[in-house]
Design a protein around this ligand. Structure first.
Ligand code: URP
Ligand code: ZN
Ligand code: ZN
Length: 482
């Protein structure tokens, strides 16, 4: 068989296997895994790793923040940066504004994404105003192939526990996944006010203003809500040892609880917030950076499988008056834009600090960077793996290439990981068989990426929770989950 493209002689890595093979691509899909394959075009992958392209499942692109500030990256710059970082697909957020319908929200984001992305994309729908009319729109959202929701327990955009129960119930009914930013809002606002009222306004006070216990409390509470509804839940950007332990414990009980952490919690610390001048503002993100001890515990949870995904939480705001200092140059830490860029650095960091330093193996790297996201966000098996019939979303990596992290392709004018020596970089990235990036050059055009219609969350391996009070056999026949 003559293929459109053959990737020759590389080491193919999936979430469970490693083998040397040629990969034959035809019609945008993986057609053959074998040897001596022929194709119209050939990429020599000798001494390279051939892996599923990354799926970036947590990034803020062309999205207004809780403060109302538009992210620096749109779908063009965000997707290009993602591609240079080894990603073939990403799932940013479509954020509902209070009072807005879901239909309006999605059409706004369709307008922002459709002609711009160089890689395939979908959205997680952020729900900030889940009133009865909005909940009634959700079955149609699932039909459109948008099968994950995000909610906040803090910020002005937070929802109540009762609203979380409503949203989780809907997600469970239709096979979707709720994602949550878990921090106790009142603890944070109380701490922030106490600090500012006492004159502690510098960027570094962002760290104590959002104490670990505020994350731990919220994670514990939201896991309880998920257990009550027996609904699947993804706790995003877990930054604390106790938060991770709560996720691990719930998973060991069979609950449909999943966890995510991010490279910045694994590599940076609260001391970065104390850099000279205003530099600390670059490192303001929420939850905040913690300490060295936290890093080593989080790494162990990455290795042990507590976390299903390592995502960037790319929340891009420039280090100038359009971004970090949009509220003025001398405002207190509460008014500095929250978030850090990282979409391009996520996978090189996970590879260099994870695989090369022996903290995780190659199969875990693939699971954490692509396959688990595909399973949880309804794209498996057509994305996130190297299997016959799957989309040829492929990243070819040079595991021996060492570079010092510097400028990236996003629209943010700083890189929080600048100066770090990183070994292992993607050299060629394909989406559905089309080259997007090759040897440091962008090959694709805006609009080449297409919307991905997603399916149900894969819950295999967990049994769920069945509380006696929600079981008609025990609760006098009341069947509340129909
Ligand atoms: O600081 C962050 N992470 N900003 C983006 C919004 C969020 O909390 O995810
Ligand atoms: Zn968040
Ligand atoms: Zn985020």
């Amino acid at each position: 068989m003559q293929h459109d493209l053959v990737i020759k002689g590389g080491k193919v890595v999936t979430a469970s296997e490693i083998f040397v093979a040629d990969v034959g691509v035809s019609g945008g899909k993986i057609a053959t895994l074998g040897s001596n394959l022929s194709g119209d075009e050939v990429i020599d992958a000798t001494n390279k790793l051939v892996m599923p392209g990354g799926i970036e499942a947590h990034c803020h692109i062309a999205q207004e923040s809780g403060m109302g500030l538009m992210s620096a990256d749109d779908y063009e710059t965000g997707s290009i940066s993602a591609a240079f970082g080894g990603n073939s697909c990403f799932v940013p957020f479509a954020a509902q504004k209070v009072g807005q319908s879901v239909a309006e929200t999605l059409s706004t984001y369709d307008g922002r994404a459709s002609t711009k992305s160089v890689i395939d994309y979908s959205y997680h729908l952020i729900l900030t105003d889940p009133n009865a009319d909005v909940l009634a729109e959700l079955p149609g959202v699932f039909e459109r192939g948008i099968t994950s929701f995000k909610i906040f327990m803090t910020y002005a955009t937070r929802v109540s526990d009762a609203q979380i129960l409503d949203i989780m119930t809907m997600a469970r009914r239709y096979g979707g996944l709720t994602m949550v930013h878990a921090e106790n809002h009142d603890m944070l606002t109380w701490m922030s006010s106490a600090l500012v009222e006492n004159g502690y306004t510098d960027p570094k006070f962002h760290a104590p203003s959002r104490p670990a216990i505020a994350e731990e409390e919220a994670i514990n509470r939201v896991i309880s809500l998920a257990k009550l509804t027996n609904a699947p839940l993804m706790i995003v950007h877990v930054s604390t040892p106790k938060g991770a332990a709560l996720v691990a414990e719930a998973r060991s009980e069979g609950a449909y609880i999943f966890g995510e952490t991010c490279p910045h919690y694994l590599l940076l610390t609260r001391n970065d917030l104390d850099r000279s001048g205003k530099e600390g503002a670059k490192y303001i993100c929420s939850p905040p950076l913690r300490d060295k001890n936290t890093q080593s515990i989080l790494w162990r949870h990455v290795a042990a499988g507590t976390f299903s995904v390592v995502s960037s939480d790319h929340a891009p705001y420039r280090f100038d008056d359009t971004g970090k200092f949009a509220n003025g140059p001398d405002v207190d830490f509460r008014k500095i834009a929250n978030g850090m860029p990282g979409i391009e650095m996520r996978l090189p960091i996970l590879f260099s600090e994870g695989v090369m330093k022996g903290r995780i193996n190659l199969n875990q790297f693939v699971a954490l960077s692509s396959t688990n996201a595909a399973r949880l966000y309804g794209m498996h098996p057509f994305k996130g793996t190297m299997a016959i019939g799957a989309d040829a979303d492929i990243a070819i990596w040079d595991p021996n290439l060492t570079k010092v992290a510097g400028e990236t392709h996003d629209y943010v004018n700083y890189n929080p990981f600048e100066g770090m020596e990183i070994t292992g970089w993607p050299v060629t990235v394909l989406t559905r068989g089309q080259k997007i990036v090759e040897n440091d050059k962008l090959i694709a055009n805006p609009g080449d990426g297409v919307f991905v219609k997603r399916g149900r969350t894969d819950l295999s391996g967990l049994t769920g929770t069945h509380l006696p009070e929600t079981d008609p056999i025990y609760n006098f026949g009341a069947n509340i989950f129909t």
